[in-house]
Design a protein around this ligand. Structure first.
Ligand code: SAM
Length: 310
């Protein structure tokens, strides 16, 4: 992968060095793998020196930028993901990278956020939500439906919503699905709508046939969402911890498996924002591990992880 031009520039205060393979930069020769950091214990046998202070700084930055609360069990995950950013930007230490990041306003911030989001998703994940959505849609087939998918990731959830709309409302159905995520890289994948065939778990043969084109020749093994679904969909980056750039009033919001990364105060603030862009009586779907009992004045539980906007 080639870094964008802005990232190829020499970082301030240092040459654009390529760190060596594991062991060579920090742990020369065959000496025991022990790196020394100025500020706290470090892990052994790694490519880059890694200290508690590095983790604490990254933790504070991703909380500030994305609301994501990292607990101490995430050291290995953070090391591995942010290491890639060090390599891409030519830094040889976490301290150097973080100092550089904090000292400028460039596109690396987005890359940093993208590196630290977790994007696990699947077609028709938590399928009972799509049964409930189908029921809602069928009850008002002539309605102009506005749906927001607020943590769209790579698009499997948005297209599952779109397939449910097409099946429930028919070819003349009126529906618009706005899809957003903080991570611009996954959002680009979502917008493209091209998936590996082996990733189609969760899709029936009938849905595959009806809603996807199968790649041939150089595209064998891939499948592309048909334009008949995509024409109802738009994609835009939205950070849920900021004021929402959305004007519409939504009938349905999917905000699934993202609130688990937020602390209680952030969850409350996000729920208030979602509440403001929904119409009374609208439906909010959340993830299987999420419940918002202290937002009873905003949303009433109506089913398993299904809320009504009050
Ligand atoms: C585990 S995925 C869930 C995907 C999908 N909603 C699902 O349930 O299958 C969480 C998504 O939340 C996004 N995310 C994390 N923090 C966010 C924020 N502050 N604003 C918007 N999206 C965020 C991540 O980029 C990621 O794609």
């Amino acid at each position: 992968m080639h870094p964008p031009a802005a990232l190829r520039a020499t970082p301030p205060g240092g040459q654009h060095l390529r760190p060596g393979k594991a062991g060579s930069a920090v742990f020369p020769g065959s000496a025991p793998a022990l790196a020394v950091a100025e500020d706290g214990p470090v892990a052994e046998g790694r490519e880059f020196v890694w200290s508690d202070a590095d983790f604490t700084r990254i933790k504070a930055l991703i909380y500030k930028k994305a609301g994501i609360s990292l607990h101490d069990g995430k050291h290995a995950m953070v090391y591995s993901r942010v290491s890639r950013r060090l390599r891409e930007t030519g830094h040889t230490s976490f301290k150097g990278y973080i100092d550089w990041l904090e000292g400028h306003d460039g596109p690396e911030w987005q890359e940093f956020i993208n590196a630290l989001t977790t994007n696990l998703t699947a077609f028709f994940r938590e399928s009972h939500h799509f049964d409930a959505l189908a029921q809602l849609l069928r009850a008002k087939p002539a309605h102009d439906w506005r749906i927001w998918c607020a943590a769209a990731s790579t698009g499997e959830e948005p297209y599952s919503i779109a397939m449910t709309c097409a099946e429930s409302l028919g070819s003349n159905g009126r529906y618009e699905i706005v899809n957003s995520d903080i991570d611009t890289k996954v959002l680009a994948t979502a917008q493209r709508g091209v998936y590996k065939h082996e990733g189609s778990k969760g899709l029936s043969a009938e849905r595959l046939q009806r809603f996807f084109l199968r790649g041939k020749g150089a595209n064998a093994g891939q499948m592309r969402v048909k334009p008949e679904l995509q024409k109802h969909m738009s994609f835009l980056p939205v950070n849920l911890i900021h004021e929402l750039p959305l004007r519409e009033t939504f009938d349905v919001v999917f905000c699934r498996n993202v609130m688990i990364y937020f602390d209680a105060a952030t969850q409350r603030a996000v729920l208030e924002r979602i509440h403001r862009v929904m119409r009374p009586g609208g439906t909010l779907f959340v993830g299987h591990a999420e419940n918002f009992s202290d937002a009873r004045h905003l949303f009433a539980l109506r089913g398993k992880t299904v809320y009504e906007r009050l």
